[in-house]
Design a protein around this ligand. Structure first.
Ligand code: 3HC
Length: 320
């Protein structure tokens, strides 16, 4: 039913007052169409990131150095699948079907975190991903626990609990390597060199270049800005790298007493844009893996839908 623009403005004012009062917006509540669309965009891409994010580490499950490392990595990668499902379920509460979300990912229409388009070249990469990538995800996701959309905020609380295990297991791998042989230490340093800058890109463009931050902050979808969260991540990571006796690959990294933060160098935004545009080292491989998995999973979906339909018919007969 069409509503007048006056009525729309009235509803928007009530909506904004609810957001400003820190009320959670729930699926059945009235919300501006732009708020709903922004959430579908962000939450679905967050879910795609979790699902695609399994691929780089999954590459090392069969090559983990010990049974314990294999079990821990299996548990972590399995967690990421669950995170994807929570987030897809949260997205569906906004009125979009799972099939449509899948189609957006598999056709390349939807984004996922650029970080997952980089290769995992050594076992140390599994450590660097847990330490840095999951560490960055935690910084971002702790902030998102306060997001205005109820289902998203609640999914974040559960996900953050599991992310802390992910980060800790990664940091433990890096600790063992950094205190190991010269070759192991060199492998850990090489992984830090390759994963540091792509991890900083996870926080998005600078605030001034962010297409969505203005509305996302107004609607409290985002509680802290891209640059603020990136700075928080850099500040926490420096001491962690020092503890490992590893060197962060940034000559401009320096404590700034006045700011109370670390100054650091500039991200290669051309690389960021290129990877977002599909020209990263593994973009094609990642999407191809997802397409093959989706096709091979067809029979499972058919069986589940057939079972659900049979159950529905049984229920109809019972109530007839
Ligand atoms: N990779 C891919 N796309 C990115 C990106 C990145 N690192 N950073 C920004 N973008 C995209 C945005 O999606 C947007 O594109 P779109 O309009 O097509 O959606 C565009 O660049 C402009 O960026 P904005 O800053 O304006 O976009 P946002 O306001 O959405 O901010 C964000 C970007 C900070 C990533 C925000 O979307 C967000 O906080 N998302 C939720 C967290 C998330 O998705 N994390 C991904 C990693 S999940 C993970 O690491 C799992 C862990 O378990 C390993």
């Amino acid at each position: 039913m069409e509503i007048s623009s006056l009525e729309e403005s009235r509803r928007e004012a009530i909506f904004q007052a609810r957001v400003d009062a820190e009320e959670k917006i729930e699926p059945k509540d009235w919300m501006p169409e732009a708020y709903r669309k922004n959430l579908i965009r962000q939450i679905s891409q967050h879910g795609h990131s979790e699902v695609v994010g399994q691929l780089p580490e999954g590459n090392w499950i069969t090559r983990a150095p010990t049974l314990r490392r294999k079990a821990v990595l299996l548990a972590k990668v399995q967690d990421e699948a669950g995170h994807g499902l929570y987030l897809y379920s949260a997205t569906e509460t906004l009125g979009i079907a799972r099939e449509e979300l899948m189609e957006q990912l598999l056709t390349g229409k939807a984004k996922y975190a650029s970080i997952f388009n980089y290769p995992t070249l050594s076992w140390a990469d599994v450590g660097a991903i847990g330490w840095l990538v999951d560490g960055a995800a935690i910084v971002n996701q702790i902030s998102l626990c306060r997001t205005s959309y109820g289902p998203y905020a609640r999914a974040m609380v559960r996900i953050c609990k599991e992310e802390s295990f992910h980060m800790r297991q990664g940091y433990e791998i890096m600790t063992v390597l950094a205190r190991g042989s010269q070759e192991q230490k060199a492998m850990a340093q090489d992984a830090l060199n390759r994963w540091w800058w792509p991890t900083l890109m996870m926080f998005g463009p600078h605030d001034a270049d962010s297409a969505h931050s203005g509305s996302s902050m107004k609607w409290k979808i985002k509680r802290q800005s891209n640059d603020e969260l990136r700075q928080k991540f850099v500040d926490q990571s420096v001491a962690q790298a020092q503890h490992l006796n590893l060197k962060i690959p940034d000559e401009k990294l320096k404590w700034n007493d006045e700011r109370g933060h670390y100054d650091f160098g500039e991200i290669d935004w051309d690389e960021f844009t290129a990877v977002l545009g599909g020209a990263g080292p593994c973009n094609h491989e990642r999407l191809e893996a997802r397409r093959i998995a989706h096709e091979q999973g067809d029979w499972v979906r058919d069986a589940m839908f057939a079972h659900a339909e049979k159950q529905r018919q049984r229920d109809v007969r019972k109530t007839a």
